[in-house]
Design a protein around this ligand. Structure first.
Ligand SMILES: C[S@@+](CC[C@H](N)C(=O)[O-])C[C@H]1O[C@@H](n2cnc3c(N)ncnc32)[C@H](O)[C@@H]1O
Length: 736
């Protein structure tokens, strides 16, 4: 009570910032999609928890709630979805280590052989980075506040939350946690001290992080002071003195009879150095640090979660110490590293799930009409939607003045040089005069092919493709069939003199198809479109571009089969389908763009940013069956785009990578897994091979033998994830 007899509030201090959200986020009805059920150890396969979906027909389904889950996507949505699925009050321990280094970005280093490449961040990662840091401390607090509110709801009545921060924002967040969790529920401010060398001269070396521990309920919180990992040995001197109890009171003397004590709140633990533990992830934390928190604040069988799981340290420790766990991470590299760690330590079966596709759900939830969305996507790709067909558009050749050329030159030794330029005429001259580096050693004969593109990026992409084995084969085939756009001989001859006439652009129009968000594009659909494209609008289209959210499982394989002459009784001649087909992916974060694309100008502005990358290609070898055994293998994995950014260094890296890949495509593979008995629905990976978590620069094997216990027909599924996080799948049918 103050002097006027009015009650004064206690503890009403709050952190306030301009954009502080007024309302807490609610649970959301979002489904997770299972990308993979990983079974690192065949002996634990029997532990997959099943529930009966429909007792009448006896169909069994995985009981996801009982499984450990590694979720790829934004943790805000993941937590909203978990709450909606009954996880309220179910998590016994949460540890988070949100990004707090404002300089850190989402680029990752990948080492292949002797060369190190930098993978540029995905758009989702870039957006998260922008959301977190663009508005300084305010946007950081905007990011963390609603997430902590959700974590409180997820926390069990006896649960603890540990929030790992440093001097950048730790002080703000502590005030925020007082507000969300209650000041009385504060338990510790742990100083994680990591001594190491430092050369700072203007301040004391900053060698500690801060970890706040709050509990859900002061009365019920679980804590085990006897945890052997939370205890430390006494200093030698203390033990010595304890033999002569003078100076210690009786309680203390009793305590000193034991040889360890509960650690205080300053923990000196070095950064990870041992190559056994290092996983090549910049912000990796030591297992020892996590073990202390997990073992003291949860019991065996409890559920532990890390919603900024990075390389998966928390879940790897939780797994080893028999806790159940949930990890969530936005970056694909983190997901890959974490899955790799769990596979290496032979974990119990776990799920890898997506909410990356939540964008798709948002489109439905947002009441966007599908055909309007298709129209915008077509426009973002630069195509004009057709008046009478909702899912088709036409992309015209770009206007002359902004063209880039991709060209192929035949040289005297019959080799083919492929290049890209904004001024074909001048470049040809340079080649003829021996000024271009490559052709200095090979006499150029003629430009056998050229194509035009609106932007340099597109031209570069096409150049990369033409340089692959497929591209070169395509050139040879088209050359033979006389279908290439050659720059005629007389022009080539004239090029020695000063020519200023550039070849007239004839780059064909493209027919562009935009898929539906709820359906994977199937090979038969593309075959139909390709047949239609040959005659559509009178002249037909030479190129068909597919923009899809997803492709059916065996798309590459099936499409190739379907395009073969005479396929499936359609009695087609080789010349029936002349259309070149390019299959691209609609970027998973398209929803963000759709939200922004309101006017024609918006779309024009955005169309430079949205990249529709070409789908990777996976081909399996013909399986070899011997008795009950089968050997399967990867014949080829082709990646058309490398997300290495732009600039001189990126260009050099790209060349270097192309060179490495030419000799051995397997270096691109980070992880591959096999389901020996695929049910057509859920991929259960029963065998995995890994590149080795970046520690070793091992290349995966490309073959695997398996013995079946029972004879019968099986569908084998293979899933490949490359070093950039793309994945591709294929299946084969066998009879044992
Ligand atoms: C400091 S790191 C965590 C490192 C981790 N403790 C370890 O030992 O590897 C922070 C991680 O949070 C992830 N992240 C950032 N924003 C996120 C979000 N909204 N949802 C999920 N993960 C996020 C980042 O990709 C990054 O990997």
């Amino acid at each position: 009570m103050n002097n006027n007899g009015i009650h004064r509030k206690k503890d009403s201090a709050r952190i306030v910032w301009d954009s502080k959200p007024r309302r807490a986020p609610n649970p959301k009805d979002i489904e997770f999609q299972t990308a993979e059920v990983v079974i690192p150890n065949p002996e634990t396969a029997g532990q997959l928890p099943m529930s009966f979906r429909d007792t009448l027909i006896g169909e069994e389904e995985l009981d996801k709630q009982k499984m450990n889950r590694l979720i790829w996507g934004d943790n805000l949505l993941a937590m909203q979805a978990l709450l909606n699925q009954g996880y309220e009050g179910k998590i016994n321990l949460i540890y988070i280590d949100p990004p707090f280094d404002s300089k850190a970005d989402y680029s990752h280093k990948i080492k292949l052989g002797e060369t190190e490449f930098t993978k540029e961040p995905s758009v989702i990662e870039r957006l998260a980075y922008k959301d977190t840091w663009a508005g300084g401390t305010d946007s950081y607090l905007d990011m963390l506040y609603p997430r902590l509110q959700l974590m409180k709801r997820l926390l069990a009545p006896d649960g603890s939350i540990y929030v790992h921060l440093d001097w950048h924002v730790g002080h703000y967040v502590k005030v925020m946690m007082d507000e969300i969790f209650g000041k009385d529920n504060f338990r510790n401010e742990i100083v994680w001290h990591y001594p190491s060398m430092s050369v700072t001269k203007s301040f004391f070396p900053r060698k500690h992080d801060t970890i706040f521990r709050y509990v859900r309920s002061n009365e019920r919180a679980y804590f085990n002071p006897e945890s052997e990992f939370a205890r430390e040995k006494y200093a030698e001197g203390t033990i010595e003195r304890s033999k002569y109890p003078a100076g210690f009171n009786s309680d203390e003397a009793e305590y000193l009879k034991r040889d360890t004590k509960l650690s205080d709140d300053v923990w000196t633990i070095g950064h990870v150095k041992s190559s056994k533990e290092l996983v090549n992830y910049d912000t990796q934390k030591p297992q020892k640090l996590l073990l202390r928190m997990i073992d003291s604040s949860s019991k065996e069988g409890d559920l532990v979660a890390d919603f900024f799981s990075g390389s998966g340290t928390t879940i790897a420790v939780a797994e080893k110490f028999n806790r159940r766990w949930i990890g969530c991470e936005l970056g694909k590299v983190g997901i890959q590293v974490a899955r790799g760690r769990l596979v290496e330590q032979k974990s119990k079966p776990f799920l890898v799930e997506n909410i990356g596709n939540y964008q798709r759900e948002m489109i439905y939830l947002g009441g966007v009409r599908i055909y309007e969305m298709q129209k915008i996507i077509l426009k973002l790709y630069g195509a004009e939607p057709m008046a009478n067909r909702k899912d088709l558009g036409v992309r015209l050749p770009a206007p002359r003045h902004q063209n880039y050329f991709v060209y192929a030159i035949r040289c005297d030794n019959d080799s083919i040089y492929i290049g890209q330029t904004a001024d074909l005429s001048r470049r040809w001259q340079e080649h003829c005069e021996g000024k271009a580096r490559w052709t200095a050693a090979h006499k150029p004969i003629e430009i056998i092919h050229h194509e035009e593109f609106a932007t340099r990026a597109e031209a570069e992409e096409r150049e990369r493709w033409l340089k692959t084995g497929f591209g070169r084969k395509w050139i040879k085939r088209e050359l033979k069939a006389g279908r290439l756009k050659s720059w005629n001989q007389s022009m080539a001859r004239r090029a020695g003199q000063n020519i200023d006439g550039i070849p007239a652009p004839q780059a064909g129009r493209e027919l562009v198809y935009c898929g539906y968000p709820d359906r994977a594009v199937a090979a038969h659909k593309v075959e139909d479109l390709a047949i239609e494209a040959t005659t559509l609008d009178g002249a037909g289209y030479k190129r068909l571009v597919i923009l899809a959210w997803d492709y059916e499982y065996n798309y590459d394989e099936l499409l190739q089969t379907r395009l073969r002459p005479g396929y499936g009784g359609r009695a087609r001649k080789a010349s029936d389908i002349k259309t070149e087909i390019i299959s691209r992916q609609i970027p998973p974060d398209i929803y963000e763009y759709l939200k922004q694309a309101k006017s024609k100008e918006d779309i024009e502005r955005l169309s430079d940013k949205v990249k529709f990358l070409e789908k990777p290609y996976l081909k399996l070898k013909k399986p070899e069956v011997k008795g009950n055994s089968v050997t399967i293998g990867i014949e080829k994995y082709v990646l058309y785009d490398f997300p290495l950014g732009s600039g001189k260094k990126a260009d050099e890296d790209r060349e270097a990578l192309l060179h490495l890949v030419k000799d051995n495509f397997a270096i691109l593979i980070d992880y591959w897994a096999v389901d020996w008995d695929y049910d057509g629905l859920t991929f259960k990976s029963q065998w995995q091979d890994l590149r080795g978590l970046g520690r070793k620069t091992k290349v995966v094997t490309t073959k695997k033998e398996h013995t079946f216990e029972k004879t019968g027909k099986y569908m084998i599924a293979v899933r490949v994830v490359d070093i950039f996080g793309n994945d591709a799948t294929a299946t084969i049918d066998i009879k044992i």
